[in-house]
Design a protein around this ligand. Structure first.
Ligand code: PEP
Length: 252
């Protein structure tokens, strides 16, 4: 685990207006440590991203998109091109968040198209996996695999996988105030790593970061992040508050 840099990612969804965004960055920019110690990212609506890139030039914070289209350009009214995201300076993109799967018909196959489009354009995908692993953690020793991980990574090469982060976010934990226990989160993260080992190799599985997301707070983050297979957190509600965001970075 020592060779994987911890990663704390805020997901603001469609919260905050542009003045709030500027104000938040002003408060946290100089407080965030060097990215060799902890990496930090903030996912926000597309329309804020270019300003966020500008406002974080002197800060290690990475700018993260919340979604992306799978074609680089063309007649896809209302979508965001991965090439354009890269062009404005975004570095990461969330793909397959539970809310996208639930409200916007995101499927394993569109997730896969988006993952390959992001990688092709030099963006680093953070792939959300929301399968409920409470039940099949017990089968871990049998034939472990996480279907959403395998589907999302179809066609992703050994070289490309190094640029991928996987976030385990059980649906019941997102925005509910009920986080997974550290033990549940660890079991799921381990299952994801075993899936990566089967798809690639045990060595590569050790290099890919796996995050936990779902009702993370400064109170529960320490125990969750101390687990062997968990390399950081993806945080919605708590990360709307600059003080809590900085506390989470500090814990990481
Ligand atoms: C999320 O939506 O990615 C999330 C983790 O939200 P919350 O922290 O509010 O549960």
């Amino acid at each position: 685990k020592e060779h994987r840099v911890p990663f704390v990612v805020a997901n603001w969804k469609i919260n905050k207006l542009q003045a709030d965004v500027a104000d938040f960055l002003k408060q946290v920019n100089s407080e965030v440590p060097d990215q060799k110690i902890v990496e930090t990212g903030i996912a926000a609506q597309d329309l804020f991203l270019a300003n966020m890139v500008r406002d974080t030039v002197d800060s290690p914070i990475h700018v993260v998109a919340e979604n992306v289209h799978w074609e680089d350009s063309g007649a896809y009214t209302g979508e965001t091109s991965p090439k354009a995201l890269k062009d404005i300076g975004a570095e990461y993109v969330l793909i397959g968040h539970f809310e996208r799967r639930k409200f916007f018909n995101e499927t394993d196959s569109t997730v896969n198209l988006k993952v390959t489009a992001a990688l092709r354009n030099g963006l680093r995908p953070i792939i959300d996996v929301d399968e409920d692993m409470r039940t099949y953690a017990q089968f871990m020793d049998a034939d472990p695999s996480v279907a959403q991980v395998a589907a999302a990574l179809a066609g992703v090469s050994v070289d490309q996988i190094r640029n991928v982060t996987i976030a385990y976010e059980p649906t019941w934990a997102i925005g509910s105030g009920e986080a997974a226990t550290a033990d549940q989160a660890q079991k799921a993260a381990h299952l994801i790593r075993q899936t990566l080992a089967k798809l690639y190799s045990p060595v590569i599985a050790e290099q890919v970061r796996v995050l936990y997301g779902g009702s993370v707070t400064p109170e529960n983050a320490r125990e969750i992040m101390s687990q062997a297979d968990i390399d950081g957190v993806l945080v919605g509600t708590a990360a709307l508050d600059p003080k809590k965001f900085l506390q989470l970075v500090e814990i990481a």
